[in-house]
Design a protein around this ligand. Structure first.
Ligand code: ADP
Length: 719
C-alpha cells in the first residue's frame, strides 16, 4: 500500500471520528423528535432514559415588546393576544401584525412542557441573543446579562448554562425574557435542550472536554509554529500558520460552550465578540498567506492582495465599530469567504496537478478545513438564524466544526513538515558526505600544489642565485679586465709607436720589439680564454660532461700525464700511490669517480704548472694519491719545495686575478685566474681544494673528489 493511501485513510478516519464525536448522539436516534405546538410540548410519551434529550423546538408563545413574568401569566385577568414563533430562529424578519421585525427589541417567550418524569430534569441553555432571564415553574433559574427595553438599559452576555428542574407536577412552564439591542440578530437562535441530569451533564462535559482539548492543541501548535518562525525567519509560512492557530484556539473558547466567559463572567461581551469575529475574519487571509508561501508558483499575488485588503477592511470594521454595526456585514463576509474558498480549492488542485511538494496532504487538509468552515457558516448564517426552516437544520445541526477542520489541517501540515525535515536531514547527510570527499581531494590538491610551489620556489631561488652570480661575476670581470688588460695593451702600444714613429730603426731591435708584442698578445689571448672559462664556470652556465670512471684508471691516467709533463723540467719528480694500490684483495676495483675528465685533468695540469713555475731548479715535486679511511674521497696532493706562499696571502690565492707580488718577481707570467678556475671546477664536482704552505719552503695543494662505491650503488638500486 502506498504511503499516500495510508495517510489519506488516517486523515479521513480522523474526520469520521470528529464528526461522530461532534454531533450529539440523539440526532442519530431514529425516534422522531416531538415539536411544540401552540406553546405546548407534549412529552408524556417520551422516555428520557431510552430516547435521550429533547430539543425544546417548535411553536413557543411570543410576546413582542413585553417583559412578562410567570406571575403575569398566573393572573386570572391575563388576556394577552397569543402570538407564536417557531424556535430556534432569530426574531429578525418575523412578521407581526404585518410588520417585519428587525433584530432590535425585547420579548417574552413561553412554553409549557408536559411530561411524566419523576426524576430531576436538566435543561441546557445555549447562548441567547443577547440577554435573557429564565423561569421554570415560576422559579427564576437562569439569567445571562441584563434584559432591558433599550440599548442602554440592557447588558449583553453569552453564557451557555445547565440548570436543574425538580418537577413538582407533570407540567413545566418556561418563561424567558429576551432583549437585544446590541447584535444584528435577536432571540433564541439555538435549541434549548431538556433531558435527565446525567444526559445533559454528559453533553456539557463532552462539549467542554472537546473544546478545551482543541483549545490546548491549537494553542500549543500555534506557539510551536511561531517559535519555529523565530528560529528560522526565512520560512514565513510557519508564522502565518502559528498566528492562525492561535486565533482559532482563542475562538474555540469563545464559541460553543464559551468556556472563556465561565472563567471571566465579567469580560466585555463586545470585546469577546470582536475577538471571536476577528479570528474568523483574519483566518481567511492568513490561510491564503500560508498557501502563497507554500505554493508561490500557483498563487496569484494580485488576487491574494485583494483578499487581504478586503479581509483587513472587514477586520478594521470589527475593531472600530460596535457589534451591532459590524454584525450587519457578517453575511457579506460570509459570501466573500465562500468565493475565496473556491480560489483556495483551485490553488490546491493546481498544485496537486503540478505535483508540488506536500501538495496532496495540504490539499486534503485545506479541503477538509473549508468543508468544516462552510458548515459553521451555514450554521451561523442569517438564512438559518432568521427562519424556521427545519429542512436545512436537519443537515446542519452543529456549529463550530472549523476548529476541528483546522486541527485536521494542522495534522496534514505536520506530516508535510515531518516529511520536509526528514528530507532535509537526508540532504544534509548527503551534502556532508560530499563535502568530506571534496575536502579530502582538496587537501590532496593543496598538498600537491604546495609541493609544486616549493619546487618552483627552489628553482626560482636557484635561478636567482645563478643570475646574481653571473651578474656579480660580470661586474668583477669588467673591473679586472679593465685593470689587467690595460698594462699589456699600454706596453703593446708603446712598442708599436716606437717602431711606427721611427724611434727604433735597427732591424734587430725592431725584431726584438715585435717578439715582445707577440708575447704580450699571446698572454692577452690566454687571459681572455681563461676569463671566459672562469666566468662561465662561476655563472654555472657550463654543462660538464660527467662520466663514471674506475678510480684506479683515473689515478693511473693523471699520474702518467704529470710524469710526462715533468720529463723536460729540471725538477725531481716523485709519485706516491694509495697504500692499498698493489693489494689484490683491496676494494679499489669497486671504487669509481664521477667526473668530467677533461676538467679534472685541467685542475691537475694547473696545479702542476704552478708547482713547476714557482719551484727553482733541482727542487722537489711530489704527486700523492690517498683514499680517505671510509673510502668516501680521493685526495690528490701536489706538493713542491718552491717559494711557498705568505700566510697573509693564503686566504686569497683562489680569488680571481690574485697574483702575488713575489710571484711576479720570479719571472713568471701569470694571469691570477688558474686557481680560481680550479676551485670552480672542483665545486662543480662537489669536491674541495685547500692549501698548506710556508714561505721559502714550499706548498702543498690538496684536492678532494667524492668516490662512488659501485657495490653500494647496486645495493641502493636493488632496494
Ligand atoms: P697565476 O697564473 O698567477 O699562477 P694562479 O691563480 O694559478 O695564477 O695562482 C695565483 C697565485 O698563487 C700565483 O700568482 C702565485 O703567487 C700563487 N701560487 C700558486 N701556486 C703556487 C705555488 N705552487 N707556489 C707558490 N705560489 C703559488
Amino acid at each position: 500500500m502506498s504511503r499516500k493511501l495510508i495517510m489519506t485513510i488516517i486523515i479521513l478516519s480522523l474526520c469520521f471520528i470528529v464528526l461522530q464525536s461532534a454531533f450529539p448522539s440523539n440526532t442519530s436516534k431514529p425516534v422522531a423528535q416531538p415539536h411544540a405546538v401552540n406553546g405546548l410540548l407534549d412529552l408524556s410519551d417520551w422516555n428520557f432514559k431510552q430516547n435521550g434529550l429533547v430539543a425544546l423546538d417548535g411553536e413557543w408563545e411570543f410576546y413582542w415588546q413585553e417583559f412578562l413574568t410567570p406571575k403575569d401569566f398566573a393572573r386570572t385577568d391575563f388576556s394577552e393576544k397569543n402570538e407564536h414563533i417557531i424556535l430556534p430562529r432569530a426574531w429578525n424578519k418575523y412578521i407581526l401584525n404585518d410588520h417585519i421585525l428587525s433584530g432590535d427589541g425585547y420579548a417574552t417567550y413561553r412554553l409549557t412542557v408536559k411530561h411524566t418524569s419523576t426524576d430531576i430534569l436538566s435543561i441546557k441553555i445555549p447562548r441567547i441573543f443577547t440577554a435573557y432571564t429564565l423561569w421554570a415553574n415560576e422559579e427564576l433559574i437562569a439569567s445571562s446579562g441584563k434584559v432591558g427595553i433599550d440599548y442602554t438599559s440592557m447588558i449583553p452576555q453569552y453564557l451557555p448554562q445547565v440548570e436543574y428542574i425538580s418537577p413538582e407536577s407533570d407540567t413545566i412552564e418556561f418563561v424567558i425574557q429576551v432583549s437585544n439591542f446590541r447584535h444584528r440578530s435577536g432571540g433564541i437562535l439555538e435549541s434549548i435542550q431538556i433531558g435527565s441530569t446525567s444526559q445533559i451533564s454528559e453533553v456539557r462535559t463532552k462539549n467542554l472536554t472537546l473544546e478545551l482539548f482543541l483549545f490546548g492543541g491549537l494553542f500549543i501548535i500555534g506557539f510551536y509554529h511561531i517559535s519555529l518562525f523565530l528560529f528560522r525567519t526565512k520560512d514565513r509560512s510557519t508564522l502565518y500558520f502559528g498566528i492562525y492557530s492561535l486565533l482559532i484556539s482563542a475562538r474555540t473558547i469563545l464559541v460553543g460552550e464559551i468556556y472563556f466567559i465561565q472563567l471571566f463572567p465579567d469580560f466585555s461581551w463586545e470585546i469577546a465578540h470582536k475577538l471571536q469575529t476577528l479570528a474568523y475574519y483574519l483566518g481567511v487571509p492568513l490561510v491564503f498567506q500560508f498557501l502563497k508561501e507554500t505554493f508561490p508558483q500557483d498563487t496569484s499575488k494580485k488576487i491574494i492582495t485583494i483578499i487581504k485588503t478586503i479581509a483587513i477592511g472587514f477586520g478594521l470594521l470589527v475593531l472600530f465599530t460596535p457589534v451591532k454595526i459590524f454584525s450587519q456585514f457578517n453575511p457579506l463576509y460570509q459570501v466573500f469567504s465562500i468565493l475565496t474558498f473556491s480560489y483556495a480549492l483551485y490553488i490546491v488542485i493546481i498544485s496537486c496537478i503540478k505535483k508540488r511538494e506536500g501538495s496532496y496532504l495540504i490539499g486534503l487538509g485545506v479541503t477538509i478545513l473549508i468543508l468544516f468552515t462552510v458548515n459553521d457558516m451555514i450554521f451561523l448564517s442569517v438564512l438559518l438564524a432568521d427562519s424556521s426552516n427545519h429542512f436545512m437544520r436537519s443537515y446542519v445541526t452543529r456549529g463550530n466544526l472549523s476548529s476541528w477542520g483546522l486541527l485536521i489541517f494542522i495534522f496534514t501540515q505536520s506530516l508535510v513538515l515531518a516529511k520536509k525535515s526528514s528530507k532535509s536531514f537526508t540532504n544534509v547527510e548527503l551534502l556532508s558526505e560530499q563535502l568530506q570527499q571534496i575536502n579530502s581531494t582538496l587537501e590532496e590538491q593543496v598538498h600537491d600544489r604546495t609541493l609544486a610551489l616549493e619546487k618552483s620556489k627552489e628553482e626560482l631561488s636557484e635561478a636567482y642565485l645563478t643570475l646574481s652570480k653571473s651578474k656579480s661575476s660580470l661586474q668583477g670581470l669588467m673591473q679586472n679586465l679593465s685593470h689587467d688588460l690595460r698594462s699589456p695593451l699600454t706596453t703593446i702600444k708603446g712598442y708599436t709607436n716606437a717602431i711606427l714613429d721611427g724611434v727604433v730603426t735597427q732591424p734587430d731591435k725592431q725584431q726584438k720589439y715585435l717578439t715582445r708584442i707577440n708575447d704580450k698578445v699571446d698572454h692577452l689571448n690566454h687571459m681572455v680564454h681563461e676569463l671566459f672559462d672562469l666566468s662561465q664556470l662561476q655563472s654555472r652556465q657550463l654543462a660538464l660532461q660527467y662520466e663514471l670512471f674506475p678510480l684506479k684508471q683515473i689515478i693511473r691516467n693523471l699520474a702518467d700525464k704529470c710524469y710526462y709533463d715533468t720529463l723536460n723540467e729540471k725538477v725531481i719528480f716523485n709519485i706516491e700511490y694509495p697504500p692499498c694500490w698493489q693489494d689484490e684483495t683491496s676494494d679499489l676495483d669497486s671504487l669509481y669517480v664521477r667526473i668530467d675528465y677533461q676538467r679534472i685533468e685541467r685542475v691537475l695540469t694547473n696545479l702542476f704548472n704552478n708547482a713547476i713555475k714557482y719551484t727553482p731548479e733541482e727542487g722537489h715535486l711530489d704527486l700523492k694519491f690517498y683514499i680517505d679511511f671510509d673510502y668516501k674521497n680521493l685526495i690528490i696532493v701536489v706538493s713542491d719545495t718552491g717559494i711557498g706562499i705568505a700566510k697573509e696571502d693564503l686566504p686569497h690565492i683562489f680569488e680571481r686575478f690574485y697574483t702575488l707580488p713575489k710571484a711576479h718577481g720570479t719571472n713568471t707570467k701569470g694571469t691570477g685566474l688558474g686557481l680560481a678556475i680550479v676551485k670552480e671546477i672542483l665545486e662543480y664536482h662537489n669536491g674541495k681544494i685547500w692549501v698548506l704552505s710556508e714561505q721559502d719552503k714550499g706548498s702543498q695543494f690538496f684536492v678532494s673528489l667524492p668516490i662512488c662505491n659501485i657495490n653500494s650503488i647496486d645495493h641502493k638500486e636493488e632496494q
